[in-house]
Design a protein around this ligand. Structure first.
Ligand code: IMP
Ligand code: MG
Length: 171
């Protein structure tokens, strides 16, 4: 176990308070990145005590995983316009940075009033593309992790903690 449910809960509450402070009166739109950010998003929304809206976007990659190809595409788009909205992208983990880099560029073209990124986990050693992260829950070492929304081949998303997968996948 790398991060306990209690540690996650405490940090998510702090992130919710930061959002409430920074976005008071701005009616922000949180954009959760499917599927990994679903658990984080659900807790984060309830940790914020300001009016906000939520939407989701799904990303995939050409030819397998983002880890192998590094080429990202949107597989399910937002259901609302983000023009003139204060948008916060909510991600589970930033690894190479390719996914969030692509998403930021894509959403920026839709003319939001502002665009920031919140990630629960940051695996900073693995970064290949430089991206500015506005809010980070935890910086973690270079291990493949699962739980609290993060998966290995679709499993382990429902673990209440963040854990290191013992047989680490290559990629
Ligand atoms: P990036 O484009 O390399 O930054 O990778 C981003 C995506 O890869 C994340 O949103 C996750 O879906 C997945 N990913 C990267 N590292 C891990 C991990 O340790 N566990 C589970 N998924 C991961
Ligand atoms: Mg993800």
């Amino acid at each position: 176990m790398l991060i306990t449910p209690e540690e996650i809960g405490e940090r998510v509450r702090e992130l919710g308070q930061s959002l409430s402070r920074d976005y008071a009166g701005k009616d922000p739109l949180l954009v959760g990145v499917l599927k990994g950010a679903v658990v984080f998003m659900a807790d984060l929304m309830r940790a914020a005590d300001i009016p906000l809206a939520a939407d989701f976007i799904a990303v995939g990659s050409y030819g397998g995983t983002t880890r192998s190809s590094g080429v990202v595409k949107i597989t399910a788009d937002l259901s609302v316009s983000i023009e003139e909205r204060h948008v916060v992208i909510v991600e589970d983990i930033i690894d190479t940075g390719r996914t969030i880099g692509y998403l930021k560029r894509n959403l920026e073209t839709r003319r939001p009033a502002s665009l920031r990124v919140m990630a629960l986990l940051d695996k900073i050693e693995r970064r290949e593309v430089e991206v500015e992260l506005d809010y980070v829950g935890f910086t973690i070492p270079n291990h493949f992790v699962v739980g609290y929304g993060l998966d290995y081949r679709g499993r382990y998303r429902n673990l209440p903690c963040v854990a290191v997968l013992e047989e680490e996948p290559r990629g």
